[in-house]
Design a binder for this molecule. Structure first.
Ligand SMILES: CC(C)(COP(=O)(O)OP(=O)(O)OC[C@H]1O[C@@H](n2cnc3c(N)ncnc32)[C@H](O)[C@@H]1OP(=O)(O)O)[C@@H](O)C(=O)NCCC(=O)NCCS
Length: 148
């Protein structure tokens, strides 16, 4: 059985914006709407808890959530660099971020055809609550998931 590589999470600072942008660009597809440009990424880092996923000292992805007014968290980013995928890192990163947030109620938005991400979330106990057409204005639908 393969073991999951050891990863740690480190909170991103403003200065990390270029690394974050690189990760977002790598993940860009019809199924994943990235944060783009210095202004948008810096705003993302300021408004959300954005964590670098580190393997040793190497950044290999990001995971992020926003704390909403009512206290629940909204996961608004998960990227693992292609080279490091399919080893359990994405799933572990979400679990670590949930723990950091005190295992509070969590919301998540995912493209209905992003089966890799969707399966990770369902396995972690998220449940599909609704379907929204054109959620980000890009003509693509999204599923809204919740975990108590
Ligand atoms: C989604 C993403 C973060 C997953 O990262 P990852 O590190 O590969 O995920 P994991 O290795 O934890 O995968 C978890 C499960 O999915 C399975 N899986 C992962 N990639 C898969 C693939 N390409 N095909 C089939 N199954 C896959 C794994 O086997 C694992 O299942 P298991 O628990 O039964 O072993 C990564 O694919 C990514 O960065 N995608 C682009 C950005 C994106 O779509 N983010 C999600 C936005 S909501």
């Amino acid at each position: 059985m393969n073991t999951i590589p050891k990863i740690t999470l480190k909170r991103c600072k403003n200065d990390d914006w270029q690394i974050v942008e690189k990760m977002e660009k790598v993940a860009k597809s019809r199924l994943f709407s990235p944060f783009e440009g210095e202004k948008k990424i810096k705003e993302y880092i300021r408004k959300s808890e954005v964590y670098m996923i580190l393997k040793g000292d190497d950044p290999i992805g990001t995971v992020s959530y926003e704390v909403k007014k009512d206290g629940h968290i909204l996961f608004n980013g998960l990227v693992v660099l292609p080279k490091y995928r399919k080893r359990g890192i994405g799933s572990t990163a979400i679990q670590k971020a949930l723990k950091r947030a005190g295992n509070r109620k969590a919301e998540l938005i995912v493209h209905p055809e992003n089966t890799v991400a969707l399966i990770i979330y369902l396995k972690l106990g998220f449940k599909i609550k609704s379907w929204k057409d054109n959620y980000f204005g890009d003509g693509e639908s999204r599923l809204i998931l919740w975990k108590d």
